[in-house]
Structure formats: C-alpha cells, structure tokens
Design a protein around this ligand. Structure first.
Ligand SMILES: Nc1ncnc2c1ncn2[C@@H]1O[C@H](COP(=O)(O)OP(=O)(O)OP(=O)(O)O)[C@@H](O)[C@H]1O
Ligand SMILES: [Mg+2]
Length: 264
C-alpha cells in the first residue's frame, strides 16, 4: 500500500500508470548481485512483487535517502512509508531493488524467498504430530479472504478440519448451528461487523470452556485481563508459525477438555 500510494503521489494530477505485478521467479546464481541494502540476492525461488510507476522519478540524491525515517520531499509527508517497507522486507528476509529515472518513473521490486513447503509446513516427523494424533475442528474467523484460505490449508496440513467465518457475527451463527462440531476457535482481532474481542465475549456467554485463540498481526496487543486470565484463551501472532500453532491448538484442546467443554 505504501508503494502504491507513493507511486500515486509521484504521478500527481497528471495521467499516468501504476503497474503492479506478482510473479514467481527462480533466480540463477549471479554472484555479487545485491539489493538496495547491500544484501546478496541468493539463487533460489522467489515471489516477486513489482510496483512500477510513470511518475516524477527520483534524483540519485533522493533515492539514497528514501529509507531514512522521516525523510520526505512532500509537503504533508511523514517520511515513514519507506521505513515501514524496509521493516517488512527485512522481517520476511526479502530483497528490495529500486530503479528510478527523473521524469520517467520508478520501479520497486521486492523478492520474497519461497520457503521449501515440505520443510516449512510438513516439517520433520519428530517435530510434528501425525494426522491421527491431532484431529479436531477449528473455526477460523478472519476478514481477509486470502488469510482464510491459507489458514484453512495450513490447518488441514497440520491435521485439523477447518471451517471458516469472515467476521464475528458469522462465527457466532456458525457456533450456534454447528457448535457441537467445533473444538476450538481461531479468532482474528480486528474485523468489521464484529471484532475479535466482542466475538470472544459473545462466545464465552454460550461456551465458557471453549478454547479460543486470539490472533493478531500487530506486535503490541493489550488484551483485557479477563482474557489474559482465562485458561481457555490463548494468543498467537500472525503470520502463524505452523509448529507453534499446532502445538498451541493441541495443548488448548487437551487442557480445556474438549469435546465435552462448553455448554452446547
Ligand atoms: N514511487 C516514487 N516516486 C518518486 N519518489 C518516491 C517514490 N517512492 C518514494 N519516493 C520518495 O521517497 C520519499 C520517502 O517516501 P516515504 O513513503 O517514506 O514518505 P512519504 O511518502 O514522503 O510520506 P508517508 O510517511 O506519508 O509515506 C518520498 O517523499 C519521495 O520523495
Ligand atoms: Mg509514502
């Protein structure tokens, strides 16, 4: 979003083009190729996000400073968009490249390394319990479609059945109609219609012992004491670490005594 807003700002009131592309690319070994931050771009599989615009472009002087916090050339700019991008890129161990020509435009390419799916999701047998050892149905509540479908696949790969809802109100409705099939709830915090906290309280009214895991993409989440003290409530960060998510789900289902927990 920060890249696209910057592209839109660079085009200003004139007509222009912003091209956004997502591609898969296998980079061959090209020794010494570095990204903007001086990190080597290792050979391997990447998903590449490109945002290119036909805006004002940047002089080298500007281009060298765009990642400095608070550096801005805009009247109302805060100079924080590119710093945030740097943080996101680093946290994904991705590589960012930028090319820009004054009067012509700018292109940012971010290459996200693709983890080996077998290593990341299925993992070593001793690290992950088999399907037979897990089992159970997870109600996954998230407003983002992509996170619902990825979460569903991940949960299934970890040995659970998943049903999904796009907000709290839908989750409550599903719980009312299918409560006896739901062993645990994975609940996003920020959602339209009915957010995570309200959904938590509504679910608690009907199911005092139902395991509920609250998840959020934000680092600092201050949860109410009632939730922190609730032995049947847990918390995970998004994006999920598959192994941690799996053991938390298993632990909570065990400790909260499903499938007989809750008033259904
Ligand atoms: N696509 C682009 N085309 C031209 N200049 C750009 C582009 N992207 C970034 N810049 C330059 O980098 C500077 C820093 O960008 P950054 O997104 O960090 O801050 P900002 O856009 O000025 O303010 P904000 O914090 O609101 O995003 C911009 O002020 C602009 O000079
Ligand atoms: Mg910006």
């Amino acid at each position: 979003m920060n890249l696209i807003i910057n592209s839109s700002d660079a085009i200003g009131d004139a007509n222009g083009t912003i091209r956004i592309a997502l591609t898969q690319k296998n980079l061959a070994d090209s020794p010494g190729v570095m990204d903007t931050f001086g990190s080597i771009i290792a050979p391997g599989a990447y998903v590449r996000l490109e945002v290119a615009d036909s805006g004002c472009g940047m002089e080298e002087e500007t281009r060298n400073r765009i990642f400095e916090p608070f550096f801005t050339t805009k009247f109302t700019g805060r100079g924080l968009g590119m710093s945030a991008i740097r943080g996101i890129v680093t946290s994904h161990d991705a590589r960012l490249q930028c090319s820009s020509t004054p009067g012509v435009g700018t292109m940012f390419t971010i290459s996200f390394p693709v983890p080996d799916p077998l290593e990341e999701i299925v993992m070593a047998p001793e690290q992950v319990m088999s399907y037979q050892q897990t089992g159970g149905t997870v109600l996954l509540v998230d407003d983002e479609e992509i996170l619902r479908s990825m979460g569903e696949s991940l949960l299934e790969a970890l040995g659970f059945s998943a049903i999904v809802a796009q907000h709290g109100a839908e989750a409550l409705e599903l719980y009312r109609s299918h409560g006896s099939e739901i062993d645990i709830v994975l609940l996003d915090l920020i959602m339209p219609v009915m957010g995570g906290i309200e959904t938590y309280h509504e679910l608690r009214r009907v199911a005092p012992l139902l395991p509920i895991i609250i998840c959020s993409g934000y680092d600092e989440v201050s949860l109410e004491e009632a939730i922190i003290d609730d032995p049947c409530a847990g918390f995970v960060h998004k994006p999920y670490n598959p192994k941690e998510l799996q053991s938390l789900i298993i632990r909570m289902m065990r400790d909260c005594g499903t499938p007989t927990s809750g008033i259904r």
